[in-house]
Design a protein around this ligand. Structure first.
Ligand code: CMP
Length: 619
């Protein structure tokens, strides 16, 4: 059937098929209505699975159209019908897998109406499930979005995979066996007679085939897990599944512990006879059987008494093996979970361990070891991320957003950024690199050629002149090392870390690249640099050697930015300092001002939202 896009409503959902305009509600109309309702139920809806497979509503609409063309009674795996059907099947399966072994092992009344009704009903539903499976599209592992909707291909695929197991576990082999056994009906009258009893026991064993339905449970659970619990919760889900599976196997093992002696007619050396449970109430029998099974499975003991008969011994061995396997799986998964919970801390510990071994191997002096250890503690704060790798895996836009978010407090604290164009800020922050310096480190050496400039996130640095005199100190929100990059000359002063300093560096290439795009920001920086040079007694004219004459609006803008920066700096410092002076040096102190007073007012290093997020970047 050719379907056109006219079939699609404004909101991207296929339009309902128009009802025939017949005034009297005839049978045909209601049948049509039912059919269209059912068919719409078979179509993919915008549930989580569909969205995961097709990505957008538009693709979903296309898929609906594709499904329509592939035949009327094909059920899409992302349809509401399949979702609710799977849910019902899941509940029925769980009920079956719990009730069946109990009923088979502890109730002799195999032909009671209640039991037959339960079996018939569940067998019928499982048989219907096979029919539904023959009409349900198949999601391919390698090509997820191309769901197989051709009924022939679906059937072929199903026949090749789960059909046989599903069929065996759904057909009532026990009843068929009983019906086909001619003699049974005659000997039924004398149920306890040997032959009838044997037949009944065989039928009981055949009914165990229903437990193969476990394969469906595994299938459904793993599919749901993949769709609905993909990330962190999935680890918990796996452990939860494993615990449930362990309990289920324990339950089965318990039932088996009782079933085998029961089929043997409770020999005198079987555990049931030893415990005198032959005639007890089923719940008591079940409880002792479960206790016995659990004791084996958890390798705690043999239950009340150790096995006396050969059968008991084999059964004990079987449940020991299955229990130990489950236990090992559980331990493995739990360890995995615990490790994955704190992988960054584990990585940090591994790194520190390696560094310690390296320091011992290289026989580094004690104080150097101390400094290295302190550096690690301060920089990584107990967690290690390969941030470059993490950010590298994000989309460009997302990466930019994350970096902008991470740098929000830097941007807020640096007046130069706070007043700048947001595109400029974004361009700069995406190129910054986090670096940590320890007290006493020479960050910049006078007379050397500079390759980067720095923004101070936290900490205090001293600007040291050639004669060793401290010209000024810079702290949070200030920047330095820009003069050399602006003039292409050598560093005009040394810069020394006074406290632990968390800095962000900008390389010369990125610096030039960004400032070429924003000449106004270059001019602003040059104005500040000229003032700085002036202050340390160097010739400020080197800043403007290449400068063309500024146009009026441009110089006005610079003044505006400079004034805004000044106002901001004034707000931050809240003292009587000259506004412009303050602006030009960030939150720095003058030579006359004792550095100590400034330092006392500085905040303690923050616990490191930045550090944590930038620690992958090595200086
Ligand atoms: P640069 O020459 O690249 O390296 C040393 C840095 O010290 C210099 O850039 C300026 O950023 C900074 N600096 C020099 N003098 C002063 C000053 N008076 N006030 C603030 N910072 C200064």
């Amino acid at each position: 059937m050719q379907v056109h896009f006219d079939d699609v409503s404004l909101y991207g959902t296929p339009k309902e098929e128009p009802m025939p305009n017949i005034p009297i509600v005839s049978e045909k109309v209601s049948a049509n209505f039912l059919k269209s309702q059912l068919q719409s139920w078979f179509q993919p809806t915008d549930n989580r699975l569909a969205m995961k497979l097709f990505g957008s509503r538009k693709a979903l609409v296309k898929e609906r159209i594709r499904q329509k063309t592939s035949g009327h009674w094909v059920i899409h795996p992302c349809s509401s019908f399949r979702f609710y059907w799977d849910l019902c099947m899941l509940l029925l399966l769980v009920a079956n897998l719990i009730i069946l072994p109990v009923a088979i092992s502890f109730f002799n009344d195999d032909l009671s109406t209640r039991w037959i009704a339960f079996n018939c009903l569940s067998d019928t539903i499982f048989l219907i499930d096979i029919v539904v499976n023959f009409r349900t599209g198949i999601m391919q592992q390698d090509n997820a979005e191309q769901v197989i909707l051709d009924p022939k291909l679906i059937a072929k695929h199903y026949l090749r995979t789960w059909f046989f197991l599903d069929l065996i576990s759904s057909i009532p082999l026990d009843y068929i066996f009983l019906i086909f056994n001619q003699d049974f009906s005659d000997s039924f009258q004398i149920l306890h007679a040997g032959r009838a009893l044997r037949i009944l026991r065989l039928a009981k064993l055949l009914s165990l085939v229903r437990l193969l339905r476990l394969s469906r449970l595994v299938r459904y659970v793993s599919q749901w897990e993949e769709v609905y619990f993909l990330n962190m919760a999935s680890v918990f889900m796996r452990i939860f599944n494993l615990i449930c599976m362990m309990l289920l196997i324990g339950h089965w093992s318990g039932c088996l512990q009782f079933l085998v002696p029961m089929l043997q007619g409770f020999p005198s050396n079987s555990w049931v006879s030893i415990n005198e449970l032959q005639e007890s109430y089923w719940l008591e029998q079940y409880s002792w059987a479960l206790f016995k099974a659990m004791s084996h499975m958890l390798c705690i003991g043999y239950g009340r008494f150790p096995p006396q008969s050969l059968t008991d011994m084999w059964l004990t061995m079987l449940s020991m093996i299955s229990g130990a396997t489950c236990y090992a799986l559980f331990l493995g998964h739990a360890t995995n979970l615990i490790q994955s919970l704190d992988s960054s801390r584990r990585q940090y510990r591994e790194k520190v361990k390696q560094v310690e071994e390296y320091m011992a191997y290289r026989k580094l002096p004690r104080d150097m070891r101390q400094r290295i250890t302190e550096y690690f503690e301060h920089r990584y704060q107990g967690k290690f991320f390969d941030e470059e790798l993490i950010l590298g895996e994000l989309s460009e836009k997302l990466r930019e957003d994350v970096i902008n978010y991470n740098c929000r407090s830097l941007v807020a604290s640096v007046p130069f950024f706070a007043n700048a164009d947001s595109n400029f800020v974004s361009d700069v922050v995406t190129k910054l690199k986090y670096e940590v310096f320890q007290p006493g480190d020479i960050i910049i050496k006078e007379g050397t050629i500079g390759t980067k400039m720095y923004f101070i996130q936290e900490g205090v640095v001293d600007i040291v002149m050639a004669n060793g005199e401290v010209a000024t100190s810079l702290s949070d929100g200030s920047y330095f090392g820009e003069i050399c990059l602006l003039t292409n000359a050598r560093r005009v002063a040394s810069v020394r870390a006074e406290t632990y300093c968390n800095l962000f560096s900008l390389s010369v290439d990125h610096f030039n690249c960004v400032l070429d795009q924003y000449p106004l920001m270059r001019k602003t920086m040059e104005t500040v640099a000229a003032e700085r040079l002036n202050k340390i007694g160097k010739n400020p004219n080197i800043m403007h050697q290449k400068d063309e004459q500024l146009s009026n609006p441009e110089s006005n803008t610079i003044t505006a930015v400079v004034n805004a920066l000044a106002a901001e700096a004034d707000d931050c410092k809240d003292d009587d300092m000259d506004l412009k002076e303050n602006l030009l040096h960030g939150s720095e102190s003058s030579i006359a001002e004792p550095v100590q007073t400034i330092r006392e007012g500085l905040p303690r290093p923050r616990s490191g939202e930045f550090r944590a997020l930038f620690e992958g970047n090595t200086p």
